[in-house]
Design a binder for this molecule. Structure first.
Ligand code: SF4
Length: 429
């Protein structure tokens, strides 16, 4: 009988893209893929270490999986595995801890070491361009992630990604186009370009704009979305493409992290508030209807009330449609974890600042949605829930319509009518 295997992903889109590829590598092997709640024999967990919550989530999941099947063998792979090696191997039922350099080889590793004792496989991550061995078909999602880049050379003070993911490196151009071709022919008509610092893409002199140009030519690809991109790395040509009628979604997620210069300096970010604002307003003026989103960290060591208010007021004024709010937490390898303890911000203060920003983000999303009411936008439909179909516009507005028809994976014009929570109700035309 086939052994049952399950996959679970924490963290970012890049992790999701990679889990899809790892899962594909088990196709045709001695495993049957099941949900982790269906008592699998082996579970591969692609971990995240961006905050201390991410770390705690891994432990909680390990306990949950053990309760379902006390004999399960667990593989913890990815970022947390790379930086917390031995600690993770001590968790019960964990038989493999595999870092980012070799996690794509999980199928072979399992095949070779299935009956061996605990395995710690976390070699140093090499800085060289790469290919991806399988096509990341994702039958759970309409839109698929496409990995184009990995790692980062920026070393922001709060971040341990350069340790967990290694230095910046780019995927070979032809390999990107090959996977995108297969994914789009298979019905993934929107691809989301993912990586750690994708604006720094550089493969033999080819840039992210060249990748966009190459993808533009794929017949079955309708939409290309850039996931998150560092503020200092966005070529003006990217904005120009959004303005012209190309396949590139009118959407930019640009992490600001703080809206106060002393905090940005302490974070070792590569821009001042003014430089960020100048670029954002350039993009906003060029494509006024584009969805602009950002990430912000609350409670970075030394962030005074005044500095936080600066950030709050800036985010209030800027034409953002939403923001993701992260509560600061020390990461072992990050420089800020070594800052003077006197600079630490109390947890309650962080919680209150986060609450205010999250509430502001919800208000801003509504304001952003309002400008589209009465307009017609194309919606790529994804799923049906409670008899209603839901999908997204290229500007990342979640749209819900009533329809008896099967709308899955169809790109249809919808008149946007009314705001409902963080989505918009529409009528099919
Ligand atoms: S740009 Fe900064 S925050 Fe982003 S991954 Fe690199 S080091 Fe981390």
């Amino acid at each position: 009988m086939l052994e049952k295997i399950a996959f679970y992903t924490f963290g970012c889109r890049l992790n999701q893209a990679e889990t899809a590829i790892i899962e594909q590598s088990f196709e045709g092997k001695e495993y049957q893929v099941v949900d982790y709640r269906e008592s699998p024999d082996v579970v591969v967990v692609n971990t995240c270490t961006v905050t201390e919550n991410g770390d705690a989530d891994t432990r909680r999941l390990v306990n949950k999986i053990r309760r379902i099947n006390p004999d399960v063998k667990i593989a913890l792979v990815g970022c947390q595995a790379q930086v917390q090696k031995e600690t993770l191997l001590e968790l019960p039922n964990v038989n493999w801890v595999v870092g980012n350099e070799r996690k794509m080889e999980m199928a072979e590793i399992l095949h070779e070491t299935r009956d061996s004792g605990p395995q710690l496989i976390t070699p140093t991550i090499r800085k060289k361009s790469f290919t991806v061995p399988f096509i990341g078909y994702d039958d759970k999602h309409t839109r698929a992630n496409l990995k184009v880049q990995d790692g980062c050379d920026f070393f922001c003070a709060f971040c341990e990604i350069p340790y967990a993911r290694g230095r910046a490196r780019s995927r070979e151009y032809d390999d990107i186009i090959k996977e995108a071709t297969h994914l789009s022919i298979a019905g993934h008509h929107e691809l989301i370009l993912t990586g750690i610092n994708i604006g720094t893409y550089d493969y033999n002199g080819l840039s992210l704009v060249d990748v966009l140009d190459g993808l533009e030519g794929l017949e079955d690809l309708w939409r290309i979305r850039i996931s998150s991109i560092e503020p200092t790395t966005i070529a003006e040509a990217v904005v120009t493409k959004m303005r012209e009628d190309t396949k590139l979604c009118r959407y930019l997620h640009i992490p600001i992290q703080a809206g106060s210069d002393p905090v940005l300096t302490a974070m070792k970010r590569k821009y001042s508030v003014k430089e960020f604002v100048d670029f954002l307003m350039f993009a906003h003026k060029a494509v006024p209807e584009a969805c602009l989103g950002t990430d912000v960290i609350v409670g970075f060591p030394g962030e005074t009330d005044e500095m936080f208010e600066e950030t709050y007021n800036l985010l209030l004024d800027l034409p953002f449609a939403y923001f993701h709010v992260f509560s600061y937490s020390d990461r072992d390898h990050a420089k800020s974890s070594k800052f003077d303890p006197a600079l630490k911000i109390p947890k309650q203060t962080i919680a209150e600042r986060s609450r205010r920003l999250r509430e502001l983000s919800q208000r801003k999303r509504k304001v952003y949605h309002q400008q589209f009411l009465g307009e017609t936008e194309k919606v790529l439909f994804e799923r049906q829930k409670n008899g209603r179909w839901s999908g997204v516009t290229d500007t990342y507005i979640r749209v819900i319509v009533d329809s008896e028809e099967n709308l899955e994976n169809r790109l249809l014009p919808v008149k946007l009518m009314q705001i409902e929570n963080q989505a918009v109700l529409g009528e099919l035309l």
